[in-house]
Design a binder for this molecule. Structure first.
Ligand SMILES: Nc1nc2c(ncn2[C@@H]2O[C@H](COP(=O)(O)OP(=O)(O)OP(=O)(O)O)[C@@H](O)[C@H]2O)c(=O)[nH]1
Ligand SMILES: [Mg+2]
Ligand SMILES: [Zn+2]
Length: 291
């Protein structure tokens, strides 16, 4: 006979700990989906949160959607089980767009519009299970929170609860000589430093993987991501070296060939003609090994 778990009269939000009614759809304070909380309750285990952060337009949505899709297809011997159908929405959206040779739209800044993925992941069948929660945040919301902390309390709470983070950087823009990726990543890292620091002066133990996205534009970053970062993201490199105990650089790309077309307003936009993921699993594998 199947046993059913009845939900208690009020449930604390997984992210901000506010008590919510169990039939609420999103947390009344931070808008994290309550489905996440129900799932954690059924599992009877605290999940591990891995945050994917980075500037707007660096490729967070594409990277995360592709990563989750590869995991559910058992790439690299991983076994991944989405917990709750809502967890599949992100990969479904991203893969559908790529199949139609388009990139997915920008992530809205409204928290209740973000896709949250809750997966149970094992490196191989029968090995340790990780309950992972990975939200797809909007870069603009992250920028607003860094500029004026507490604008998005959910971001602060999320990072505070995170076991590790993947910081995505636009390698193509950095390789073209723009200082913007270096500065934005530097701001994010120093924000993380503030959130993760538990004792003054001590280095941060939480692992931070720095992913050089759109590496198809600058293939040399694949040969030696560390050297690429040392040259093109020198401020970030130095802060990592001084403040973080566990950090690593990775190059990643989702597309093999691009074509160009016009959108409705006449802007030139790229179209992914050929999906060819490269370097997507490595940062994730590394972060799991450090959790
Ligand atoms: N060449 C190349 N372009 C990419 C790749 N991934 C993303 N892009 C481009 O980057 C754009 C932004 O990607 P998104 O994943 O939507 O970026 P995001 O970080 O989620 O941005 P926000 O939602 O605004 O925070 C896409 O529309 C593509 O034009 C990649 O692997 N290679
Ligand atoms: Mg996005
Ligand atoms: Zn909450």
């Amino acid at each position: 006979m199947a046993t059913t778990l009845t939900l208690p009269a009020s449930m604390p939000c997984l992210i901000c700990e506010t008590a919510n009614k169990p039939d609420a759809v999103v947390c009344s304070k931070c808008y994290a989906p309550m489905a996440l909380i129900h799932e954690a309750y059924v599992q009877q285990r605290e999940p591990c949160i891995v945050s994917i952060i980075g500037d707007s337009n660096v490729g967070k949505t594409v990277y995360l959607g592709m990563l989750l899709d590869m995991l559910t297809k058992r790439a690299g011997d991983f076994e991944a089980v989405p917990k709750g159908a809502y967890s599949v929405n992100l990969q479904h959206t991203v893969i559908s767009y790529l199949a139609a040779r388009k990139f997915p739209p920008k992530t809205p800044t409204e928290v209740d519009q973000w896709h949250w993925a809750y997966y149970q992941i094992a490196k191989k069948r029968g090995t340790r299970l990780y309950d992972l929660v990975m939200p797809d945040m909007a870069g603009e919301a992250l920028a607003a929170e860094i500029a004026a902390p507490k604008t998005y309390t959910v971001i602060r709470n999320l990072l505070d609860k995170s076991a590790g983070a993947l910081l995505l950087v636009d390698a193509a823009v950095a390789a073209a000589g723009s200082p913007q990726p270096d500065f934005f990543a530097l701001k994010l890292l120093s924000y993380l430093d503030g959130v993760f620091a538990h004792k003054p002066g001590q280095r941060i133990d939480a692992p931070v993987g720095i992913v050089l996205c759109k590496a198809d534009y600058c293939p040399d970053s694949f040969d030696d991501p560390r050297r690429f970062a040392h040259t093109n993201l020198n401020r970030v490199w130095n802060l990592c070296e001084t403040r973080f105990s566990h950090y690593e650089f990775f190059a990643a790309s989702c597309v093999g060939a691009l074509g160009y077309g016009q959108d409705e307003e006449g802007n030139i936009i790229p179209h992914p003609l050929h999906v060819s993921p490269r370097g997507i699993l490595e940062p994730f594998e590394w972060i799991l090994s450090k959790l």
